[in-house]
Write a protein that binds this ligand. Structure first.
Ligand SMILES: CC(C)=CC(=O)SCCNC(=O)CCNC(=O)[C@H](O)C(C)(C)COP(=O)(O)OP(=O)(O)OC[C@H]1O[C@@H](n2cnc3c(N)ncnc32)[C@H](O)[C@@H]1OP(=O)(O)O
Length: 257
């Protein structure tokens, strides 16, 4: 597939997707969505890839869904297209995706970052759900995922006032896992991605699935799910290899089986 609005490359075992609409601050239109999801699906199916990174530019991860694309749409069109439903494809990716966020991550940009498995932010990152200032509301999961990340009070504040949160506040609030200097953002994110990609892929995917289950079920069901999945890992050669490597004081050589 050829991509027009994103750059796609592999770095070792990591798939890197860079949003590339600089003139529109990486605003997310239907083409960007289709391309990001297609690239992530291709990496998901590629046995040589163990982790993915989605990033933008220094000024903007993404300044939101494309307002110019939405502006003239009518209700029937939005409903019949089920506008934004395509982004759900990203949440079905099994391998981990890290968002490396610098600059603006607003509206759909913040929502895209939250669809990733975790967010590493540059010191200049700014997160927000400013849709209210356009007379609408989040539509790619912002009112739901942001609330789970930062709690009701802050999510209400962000969605009702449209104010932006800086990187330090985002880290304090649990929206981002860590904040790094801008010039180190991609290196630090790639280091984390390389580390994940060197581990046992089935174990990585099972960890991701289990953490995500915490958002979808009761604690009792989640604990039972975790225990059953944990038991099943003893069917993998990688469990034997990982534990043997520890006991023998050597690095593990995982073979993804
Ligand atoms: C509605 C739902 C469900 C989801 C959404 O995501 S709605 C969008 C939410 N995001 C926003 O409301 C942010 C909109 N952008 C801004 O407020 C500003 O661009 C800024 C504060 C992020 C940056 O301001 P700055 O002065 O540095 O840059 P601009 O001149 O405003 O922008 C440069 C260039 O990019 C175009 N742009 C920016 N954001 C979007 C967007 N979300 N959709 C479409 N186009 C966008 C902007 O129009 C300008 O291009 P032109 O000069 O060609 O108009």
């Amino acid at each position: 597939m050829t991509y027009e609005s994103i750059l796609v490359e592999t770095r070792g075992k990591v798939g890197l997707i860079t949003l590339n609409r600089p003139k529109a601050l990486n605003a997310l239109n239907s083409q960007v969505m289709a391309e990001v999801v297609a690239a992530a699906q291709a990496f998901d199916a590629d046995a040589n890839i163990g982790c993915m990174v989605i990033t933008g530019s220094e000024k903007a991860f993404a300044a939101g869904a494309d307002i110019k694309e939405m502006q003239a749409k009518a209700y029937a069109e939005m409903y019949l297209e089920d506008f934004f439903v395509g982004w759900e494809g990203l949440t079905r990716i099994r391998k981990p995706i890290i968002a490396a966020v610098a600059g603006y991550a607003l509206g759909g940009g913040c929502e895209l970052a939250m669809m990733c498995d975790f967010i590493i932010a540059a010191e200049n990152a700014k997160f927000g759900q400013p849709e209210i200032t356009l007379g609408v509301m989040p539509g790619m999961g912002g009112s739901q995922r942001l609330t789970r990340f930062v709690g009701k009070s802050k999510a209400m504040d962000m969605c009702l006032t449209g104010r932006m949160m800086d990187a330090a506040e985002a880290e304090r609030s649990g929206l981002v896992s860590r904040v790094v200097p801008l010039e180190q953002l991609l290196d630090e994110t790639m280091k984390a991605a390389d580390k994940i990609a060197a581990l046992s892929l089935p174990a990585v995917i099972m960890n991701k699935e289990s953490v995500n289950r915490a958002y979808e079920t009761t604690l009792a069901e989640g604990l039972r799910f975790e225990r059953r999945v944990f038991h099943s890992m003893f069917a993998f050669e990688d469990q034997k290899e990982g534990m043997a490597a520890f006991v023998e004081k050597r690095p593990a050589n995982f073979r993804n089986r």
